[in-house]
Write a protein that binds this ligand. Structure first.
Ligand code: SF4
Ligand code: SF4
Ligand code: FES
Length: 466
């Protein structure tokens, strides 16, 4: 393998890697703004410029592929002087609003200013100011904070496949906006905020809700479709504040879609059934576990039962339910359900050219591997239904016979249920899901479920033993 020398260290590299990445493998950080490993290189910000022996001028590390024997200095006087100058230039117009900026605490501009900038600047001119721009349901732009790195423009063009972000005007008046000020169209708009190295593009849903340093991060898997994008859930005190992508080059690269990003919101829905509930008279009333399990059992007792299992449940839960239902309701049939119109993995197709799939649950493939068949209609003679659901699967309509729900439900969806035994959502438990390619991935508990919501194994144990 060819080798170059970075800050006196000999480093092996793969031809084609740029200097930023090669330096990273040697533990050397070269600061940058406009470079993003998932998009084209434009070498605009000049922050990554380093000294390369035998070259008279500094070279931008993002656009430079090292050659065998090349000697690079990332801490030389010339390099450090350039970094200070670039920081001073980028901050000429940047407001001093870190205390009220959502990016604060995870801002490249803030971090590089602290590490590589100067405590003083010479400008005496007024900073340019703009009113915040509403870019649609997901993004709000604060142009004052923009450093014109053009990552957002490239994301639209190269990843989202839609030319909607542009730079207008020139020089000090350059402004990032959407074409004709239209709202963003992409289903992947949240990524604009993720890649913006400053607090210029913010996610409306997260704006001003939490300082990022209070957030605890849990690596897990999105349950929004059968792709199984890798994500982090960020929470504090058992409240999820946001979802961000987790890089997995084989599943989702650096990105997630908006549907997956905001899917977690149902976990905190005020309408969620979070205590055991039993139908008394015409309404579903709060109850206690013992009474609700008894009522659920009585509802199904002696009847021919159909078992509907959401493909938003994990492999462990799916396996448990197969064993449980064959013992509990001998002769019953168990079906998976999840997305209207999709009754088998063969019908799960790409929804676009990026990530989204038509099956809107995370474990369709997994339940089919366990032997579940897709639900189409109730078999002849079924007298009662028990539905197990993780929180995302769309429950097929069942009319005229008693229904018991176990898992995550909203009150409005359980109007005809005889009993509901509240369970845990994907954010509140551990487990395995299998994506559309057959890849097994782990979901991890990020928060504690509301107190009365129990794990499936505990519910089934109560069902058997009470
Ligand atoms: S809005 Fe953000 S990503 Fe877009 S050019 Fe400005 S700083 Fe870069
Ligand atoms: S593409 Fe699917 S798995 Fe990925 S973030 Fe969107 S909904 Fe989640
Ligand atoms: S990261 Fe290299 S010039 Fe911006």
């Amino acid at each position: 393998m060819p080798k170059c020398i970075i800050d006196g260290k000999e480093v092996e590299f793969t031809p084609g890697q740029n200097l930023i990445e090669v330096a990273r493998t040697a533990g050397v950080e070269i600061p940058y703004f406009c470079y993003h490993p998932g998009m084209s290189v434009v070498a605009q910000c000049r922050m990554c410029a380093v000294e390369v022996e035998k070259m008279p001028k500094l070279q931008t590390a993002c656009s430079m592929a090292p050659t065998d024997g090349m000697v690079v200095k990332t801490k030389s006087e010339k390099t450090l002087k350039n970094q200070k100058a670039v920081m001073e230039f980028l901050l000429v117009n940047h407001p001093l609003d870190c205390p009220v900026c959502d990016q604060s605490g995870e801002c490249d501009l803030q971090d590089h200013s602290f590490k590589h900038g100067d405590a003083y600047m010479r400008t005496t001119e007024d900073r340019r100011t703009y009113i915040d721009l509403d870019m649609g349901p997901v993004i709000q732009k604060n142009m004052n904070r923009c450093i014109h790195c053009t990552r957002c423009i490239r994301f639209g063009d190269e990843i989202a496949g839609i030319h909607e972000m542009v730079a207008v005007k020139r020089g000090n008046n350059t402004e990032i906006t959407t074409i004709d000020g239209k709202q963003l169209q992409t289903q992947y708009a949240g990524n604009y905020a993720d890649i913006c190295p400053t607090g210029s593009l913010t996610i409306k849903d997260f704006r001003f809700k939490k300082r990022v340093w209070f957030l605890k991060k849990t690596p897990t898997v999105c349950e929004g479709c059968s792709r199984g994008c890798n994500i982090e859930l960020h929470q504090d005190a058992d409240v999820i504040y946001r979802t961000v992508p987790r890089t997995n080059m084989e599943v989702n690269k650096y990105w997630i879609c908006d549907e997956g990003r905001f899917n977690y919101q149902y976990v905190h829905d005020a309408d969620r059934v979070i205590t055991p509930a039993v139908r008394t008279g015409g309404t579903l009333e709060m109850s206690i576990w013992k009474e609700a399990v008894t009522a659920a059992r009585e509802t199904l007792k002696g009847k021919k039962v159909a078992v509907l299992v959401g493909s938003d449940l994990t492999q462990e839960e799916g396996k448990l339910l197969l064993d449980f239902s064959s013992k509990q309701w001998a002769g019953s049939q168990a079906f998976h359900f999840g997305t209207p119109g999709i009754t088998s993995a063969a019908q799960d197709t790409p929804e676009d050219k990026i990530l989204r799939r038509t099956s809107k649950t995370s474990n369709l493939q997994g339940l089919e591997k366990l032997g579940y068949k897709g639900f189409t209609s109730l078999p002849h003679g079924v007298e009662a239904v028990v539905v197990f659901r993780g929180g995302r699967a769309v429950v097929p309509e069942v009319k005229g016979i008693p229904v018991v729900g176990v898992g995550v439900f909203n009150r409005k969806d359980t109007e005809n249920y005889a009993a509901v035994l509240p369970g845990q959502s994907f954010a509140e438990k551990d487990g395995t899901v299998v994506n559309f390619e057959g890849r097994e991935q782990k979901i991890k508990r990020a928060i504690r479920a509301p107190r009365e919501c129990k794990g499936l194994s505990e519910v089934l144990m109560m069902w058997s033993n009470l």
